[in-house]
Design a protein around this ligand. Structure first.
Ligand code: ATP
Ligand code: MG
Length: 322
């Protein structure tokens, strides 16, 4: 029997916050711990994961899979220089510019689920395109990467709200009344009244109380894991309380605060040398933070963490004190 595979999308809403850097290095860290790992570049239109592994952009990838409908995903797996870690490139070599038709996306997702690895990390693009949202909802616990900047945390919340709207939309794809309501809700501007998910829930309840129950269950099913990147001061983690309140009142979703990564010159050195950050800079501050996230994944991936932001702060203070 095939062992359990964890599929872990990495997204974040805002561009340039370190999604690809994180996806590449958490994959390397998990492989270094002895797990079989696969990293897939699903940032179609912006594929650059290969460069974070120190690999050239010369292998066929997801773009080729989507164009040649008969290709097998498994044949696109490329060995990296890191033992236990393989990689599937995006569409850097064969651009696939169209939005992927839904049926083709479902086919791609079902093939991804069959790939042979314990951990499959998906590097996703910024923004809230259907591609990004549909790849993110493969898992209940995707990573969302943000910096502490206000625009970045707001983008993360907007991303999560669109995620929930997409989840609801796909779950009620055959229900015309709810689809109409969602369409109207999506178009509504803030000045027309509240556009939070709770308001949507109460409108759905007025149409069909059973459907409202389903929506609540869907919201509870997702519990993304937040990683703060490019941090300067671990105490900035206190912004987590504010984020949680915003998410509770606008998005009806809970998150766990899973990691903090320092803004570290060593990352820029690796980029300059065109080499992978880990394992070369494992002793750096950022390297240490990523190894801790990998340890936390092994321990907690499938269970909620109570008081996650307080635990996280304590653990990061340990890194700086050592
Ligand atoms: N912790 C860090 N310390 C220093 N530099 C970092 C750190 N994290 C990421 N960077 C740098 O920031 C830049 C942007 O990172 P990255 O490409 O991973 O962002 P992204 O969110 O994937 O962007 P995009 O939305 O364009 O895909 C890169 O040059 C990366 O090396
Ligand atoms: Mg990226």
């Amino acid at each position: 029997m095939k062992p359990e595979t964890f599929i872990i999308p990495v997204a974040g809403g805002k561009g340039g916050v370190g999604k690809t850097f994180f996806a590449a290095n958490i994959a390397i860290a998990m492989a270094a711990m002895g797990h079989t790992v696969l990293a897939i570049d699903l940032d179609l239109g912006g594929s650059n994961l290969h460069s974070f592994f120190g690999l050239p952009n010369k292998y066929p990838g997801i773009g080729d899979f989507l164009k040649a409908r008969s290709a097998e995903l498994e044949d696109l797996m490329v060995a990296t220089k890191i033992p236990n870690l393989q990689f599937i490139p995006g569409d850097g070599r064969t651009p696939f510019l169209a939005n992927i038709p839904y049926a083709q996306k479902i086919r791609l997702i079902s093939r991804i689920k069959r790939l042979p690895a314990e951990y499959i990390f998906l590097d996703l693009g910024s923004g809230t395109s259907f591609n990004t949202l549909d790849f993110f909802r493969i898992s209940n616990h995707g990573f969302v990467i943000t910096t502490f900047d206000y625009p970045s945390t707001i983008s993360m919340m907007i991303f999560l709200k669109h995620l929930i709207l997409r989840v609801i939309e796909r779950s009620f794809a055959g229900d015309n009344q709810i689809r109409q309501l969602l369409k109207h809700f999506n178009k509504q501007s803030m000045t027309d009244g509240p556009t939070d998910i709770r308001t949507l829930q109460s409108r759905i309840a007025s149409i069909d109380p059973e459907a409202e129950k389903t929506v609540k269950e869907l919201c509870n099913m997702y519990r993304p894991r937040v990683v703060f990147n490019l941090g300067e001061n671990p105490r900035d983690i206190k912004v987590a309380d504010q984020i949680s309140r915003g998410l509770e009142s606008n998005v009806s979703v809970e998150v766990d605060y899973f990691g903090f990564i320092f803004d570290d010159l060593a990352v820029r050195q690796a980029v300059k040398k065109q080499i992978a950050f880990l394992p070369h800079f494992q002793e750096s501050l950022a390297g240490n933070c990523i190894m801790r996230i990998a340890e936390r994944m092994v321990k907690y991936w499938n269970r909620p963490i109570n008081n996650s932001s307080k635990h996280l702060l304590r653990r990061i203070l340990e890194v700086t004190e050592n």
